[in-house]
Write a protein that binds this ligand. Structure first.
Ligand code: G
Ligand code: G
Ligand code: MN
Length: 465
């Protein structure tokens, strides 16, 4: 049997789970909300069973508990957005029904159920923070409007379903106290996030000087399985937190402007690596792609800075690639083209990262001095399961071919995905199937251990691997 090249590297540390702060916060809130909804629903079902006040009340309590349990299930499956939408929709409707039919203010006991609209507004804002501004603001406005309406009016539909007054007298205290408790919990969650963020930012300032930044290298292989280059990915080796992944510190560095020294450090380090490889026959052919942030590219001195680094390191320019993303090409295309053209004239290559997810117009694409298109991981991941993703991947390959660009697929995790892409004439592959991002020593070892046999796995073998 012909061996299928499979370059997995088991001992590279994986990024901590739920690394992104915002995402972690959303997860936590969905979990807390799901838990409290289940427990609250259950407790009310019990109270109902003991005192027995109405079928409507019982139905609402069952819906509350069921929604809470489904949310916990969605949380376990990492479907945070769906859990958030469910939380919002169910809670909002239940609160309205409660306020209109069950908890109508009287001379003895004011209405209290509507106080929960306030923590709900904050919960929803935090959960949908990364979502569209429309959704994020709409959920808050609806909650505030509902709170105001039920707080400022005595509106209600009086029926026999109304919760008896002797219970509502205590309900006022219970509802208001637990709504305040929820608000306090939410504030402490937000406070903790701010502290982590501020702390990290202060520490990142010193990280470069302290030598805590490292470049990891993720292999890029051709159709024969030969490693032809690497993408350099920045890592922060925090003295106490361990390896901090870029989705935490890159956005923070972009906000604070620290991306400029850090980004320049990455370009310089990659150049020095390329220079070192020139003395090794087995490594001299490798290229390195370095990610560039929008803020870096926008700076007037971007070209001068890169040229200075290239001169100081004497890098073989043709081995260096810069990765831009589509979103950088929306504004100010002419200035971007001008910058790229200067660097391109010195031999630097350009790759368009995450291609297919942005809005780059094809007429711009034709004018950009690019060398490579990178099919976004989202299409590669679904290439075997979603016909649309497959079509988009095929289209990107054909587009690249007709524009004379190389096409690389990122996020290739299985032999089946690679085979599909290879069958569709994609030439270069990057992803966990080839190798995870790894420290330089491991990457060099990987390059030297990869058999130089030109084995193209046939599809049946690939599936078996
Ligand atoms: O490596 P993953 O390894 O988690 O990288 C996530 C993202 O972080 C990359 O897609 C890229 O956008 C960004 N990133 C990683 N390394 C660098 C770097 O050296 N410079 C810049 N500007 N962004 C980087
Ligand atoms: O620059 P860009 O945003 O494309 O960064 C690539 C990101 O994708 C890095 O965070 C890297 O760790 C990640 N990555 C690379 N290969 C794979 C893969 O095969 N699967 C998944 N899920 N992520 C990958
Ligand atoms: Mn990239």
């Amino acid at each position: 049997m012909i061996p299928v090249p499979h370059y997995s590297t088991p001992n590279v540390p994986k990024a901590p789970e739920g690394a992104n702060l915002q995402r972690r916060r959303a997860r936590l809130i969905v979990q807390i909300a799901g838990g409290s909804m289940s427990i609250l629903g259950f407790v009310w079902i019990l109270i109902n069973a003991l005192i027995g006040f109405s079928w409507l009340m019982l139905t609402l309590d069952i819906v509350l508990m069921a929604a809470g349990l489904v949310m916990l299930l969605l949380h376990r499956r990492d479907k945070i957005r769906s859990a958030g939408l469910l939380m919002y929709a169910v809670t909002f409707v239940l609160l309205c029904i409660f306020a209109v039919w069950l908890d109508i203010p009287t001379a003895v006991a004011p209405r209290s159920i509507h106080t929960y609209f306030l923590p709900l507004a904050i919960c929803a804002y935090l959960v949908f923070h990364a979502d569209s501004p429309f959704l994020r603001h709409t959920v808050v406005v609806l909650c505030c409007a509902a709170f105001l309406f039920f707080d400022c009016t005595n509106f209600g539909i009086v029926t026999s379903l109304m919760v008896p007054e002797f219970i509502r007298v205590y309900g006022v205290w219970a509802n208001n106290a637990s709504a305040i408790g929820l608000l306090l919990v939410l504030i402490s969650v937000m406070q903790a996030d701010l502290q982590v963020r501020d702390g990290l930012e202060a520490e990142f300032r010193d990280a470069i000087a302290n030598g805590e930044l490292a470049l990891y290298y993720q292999a890029q292989a051709d159709v024969d399985g030969h490693i032809v280059g690497a993408e350099a990915l920045m890592r922060w080796r925090h003295p106490s937190r361990g390896l901090v992944p870029p989705d935490i510190f890159i956005p923070m560095a972009e906000r604070s402007g620290l991306i400029f020294p850090a980004g320049n450090w990455a370009i310089r380090t990659a150049c020095l690596q390329l220079v070192q490889w020139q003395n090794h026959a087995a490594l001299a052919h490798l290229s390195v792609s370095v990610n560039v942030s929008a803020a870096q590219l926008r700076r007037d001195d971007f070209v001068a800075t890169v040229l200075r680094i290239m001169e100081e390191t004497a890098v073989p320019a043709s081995r260096l690639k810069l990765e831009l993303t589509e979103s950088m090409l929306i504004q100010d295309v002419d200035s971007v083209i001008a910058k790229m053209t200067v660097l391109k004239a010195r031999g630097v290559g350009f790759s368009l990262d995450d291609f297919g997810t942005g809005y780059s117009s094809l007429s711009h694409l034709k004018r950009l001095p690019l060398d490579q298109l990178k099919i976004d991981i989202a299409f590669v991941r679904d290439v075997l399961t979603d016909p649309n993703a497959a079509t988009i991947a095929q289209t990107i390959v054909h587009l690249g071919q007709s524009l004379g660009l190389q096409v690389i697929a990122e996020g290739v995790e299985t032999p089946g995905q690679r085979q599909f892409l290879m069958d569709n004439e994609c030439q270069t592959f990057q992803g966990y199937f080839i190798g995870r991002p790894m420290p330089i020593s491991e990457f060099e070892a990987l390059v030297s251990t990869v058999p130089l046999a030109s084995v193209r796995p046939r599809s049946n073998e690939a599936k078996a691997g």
